[in-house]
Design a protein. Structure first.
Length: 203
C-alpha cells in the first residue's frame, strides 16, 4: 500500500471514529425519548388547565377528559374565560351547598371551558368517540355562554338553554330532570316546552 493510500485509510478511520464517538454522544445529549416525555407532560398540563375554571366545585363537576352519563342524566355547561354570567353562575353554585349536593347525586356534570384545548373521550354505553373542545362545542351548536345542555343516559341531547340561569331556575330544572334516564325523540319537544315554561315561571 503506497503512502497516499495509507493516508486516505488513516483519514477514513479517524472520520468514522469521530462520527461514531460524537454520534453516540449527540444522541445521548438529544435524548429523543426524554423529549417525547416532556411533550406528553406539557400536553397533560395543557389539558388540565380547564380545571381552573371550576376550582371549588370539583365535588360537582368531573374531569372532562372522559365525558359519560354513568347511568344518570348528563349535564354539559359550556363556558368561557371572562364571561360575567359564567362566573356569576359558579359563584351562585359555590354559595349553595344544597344545589351542589343535589347536582352531584343526580347528574353527571361537566364544566367545559371553550377557551382551552382538550381532547375529550365521549362515552355513551358501548359507543366511544373523541372530540376536541371546539368540535364538541360545535357538535352542540354552542354560541353564547353559558349554555346548558342536558342529555339522557344514551347521549340523546333533549334540552339546551343558551344563557344565564338564576339559582331558582337552575334548581327547578334539575328537580324536573333528575329522573330522566332515557327520552324518546317524540318526547323531546314537549319536555323542552315544559322546561322553558318552568324557567319563565321561576324568573
Amino acid at each position: 500500500m503506497d503512502r497516499f493510500s495509507k493516508r486516505i485509510t488513516t483519514i477514513i478511520f479517524f472520520v468514522f471514529y469521530f462520527l461514531a464517538f460524537y454520534g453516540c454522544e449527540d444522541s445521548h445529549k438529544v435524548e429523543l425519548s426524554s423529549g417525547k416525555e416532556i411533550g406528553l407532560e406539557q400536553i397533560k398540563e395543557m389539558e388540565s388547565l380547564d380545571k381552573i375554571s371550576y376550582v371549588g366545585l370539583e365535588n360537582v363537576f368531573s374531569d372532562t377528559k372522559i365525558i359519560s352519563p354513568n347511568g344518570k342524566p348528563l349535564l354539559l355547561i359550556f363556558a368561557k374565560n371572562n364571561c360575567i354570567y359564567c362566573d356569576k353562575f359558579k359563584d351562585n353554585l359555590k354559595a349553595d351547598p344544597t344545589t351542589q349536593a343535589f347536582l352531584a347525586e343526580n347528574f353527571s356534570s361537566y364544566y367545559i371551558n371553550t377557551d382551552y384545548k382538550k381532547t375529550h373521550e365521549i362515552r355513551f354505553g358501548e359507543k366511544s368517540f373523541f372530540l376536541q373542545t371546539l368540535q364538541l362545542a360545535k357538535h352542540y351548536s354552542i354560541n353564547p355562554t353559558p349554555t346548558f345542555v342536558f342529555s339522557d343516559s344514551l347521549g340523546n341531547a333533549f334540552f339546551s338553554y343558551p344563557g344565564y340561569l338564576k339559582p331558582k331556575q337552575f334548581y327547578a330544572v334539575l328537580e324536573r330532570l333528575k329522573d330522566v334516564k332515557v327520552i324518546t325523540q317524540d318526547g323531546i319537544k314537549a319536555l323542552s316546552s315544559e322546561l322553558l315554561a318552568l324557567i319563565e315561571a321561576t324568573r
